[in-house]
Design a protein around this ligand. Structure first.
Ligand SMILES: *Cc1c(COP(=O)(O)O)cnc(C)c1O
Length: 219
């Protein structure tokens, strides 16, 4: 299906309070422009180099989100323009973002990634680690913790996915009670499970292949 049609279909599923992040990783600039022309302004990328290239060439009113696993030594390349970093999974990374943000005179919005899936390969803090981290992060002056992000297990089992989202939502509510008022974003849901994620309380979905089609990792 054309990108335009896909976006219209997805928009029908979204309630007004849910932000759509169009995950454009591995897709060319022409595809992004097509979505942009449909009114989309929030795009997600997972590789620093690819993101920087797209940022340079594409319209400056695009809000770029980093959704991948961010390496500490690459923070400085994106810190001057990134709108939201979804996958913060260590205090070491947060410390580096804080340091680089200070250097550029910005306050950078971040989400803490929680490990909710059963797969070992996925990144993120455990619930207990987050509970401890949430206190320490108050000391960082140039990062603002806006909420949580999580990825469910890659499985056909809807019940399991639902339970994982439910767990993340309850952790989010628990922390919301003690965190700052800016702690208001719950990033969960991708192409295969964003409807379920919204039912479970997501405020931000990251949708790639349902908009742009299959990704070609070989290119
Ligand atoms: C690639 C990616 C997505 C989008 O995945 P789709 O299944 O194509 O919608 C969402 N979130 C993260 C963290 C990703 O890496």
């Amino acid at each position: 299906m054309p990108i335009k049609t896909n976006i219209i279909e997805i928009r029908k599923e979204l309630t007004r309070e849910v932000t759509l992040v169009c995950v454009s990783k591995f897709h060319p600039n022409v595809d992004i422009i097509e979505a942009y022309n449909e009114g989309e302004r929030v795009f997600g990328e997972s590789k620093v180099q690819e993101l920087c290239g797209k940022y340079e060439r594409l319209p400056k009113d695009i809000h770029w989100h980093f959704i991948g696993h961010l390496q500490t030594n690459k923070v400085k390349q994106i810190v001057s323009f990134i709108e939201l970093i979804h996958g913060v999974d260590s205090l070491k990374l947060l410390l580096e973002i804080d340091k680089q943000a200070l250097r550029t005179g910005r306050i950078v919005d971040c989400l803490l990634q929680v490990h909710i899936a059963t797969e070992e390969t996925k990144f993120g803090f455990s619930a207990d680690e987050i509970r401890m981290a949430i206190k320490e992060v108050q000391n960082f002056k140039n990062v603002r913790i806006r909420g949580l992000m999580g990825m469910a297990t890659f499985t056909e089992n809807k019940e399991q996915v639902k339970n994982e989202f439910h767990f993340l939502k309850s952790l989010f509510d628990e922390l919301r009670a003690i965190a700052s008022t800016e702690f208001s974003i719950l990033s969960m849901g991708m192409s295969d499970d964003f409807e379920l994620a919204i039912e479970e309380g997501s405020t931000m979905v990251r949708v790639g292949s349902s908009i742009f089609g299959h990704r070609n990792y070989e290119q």
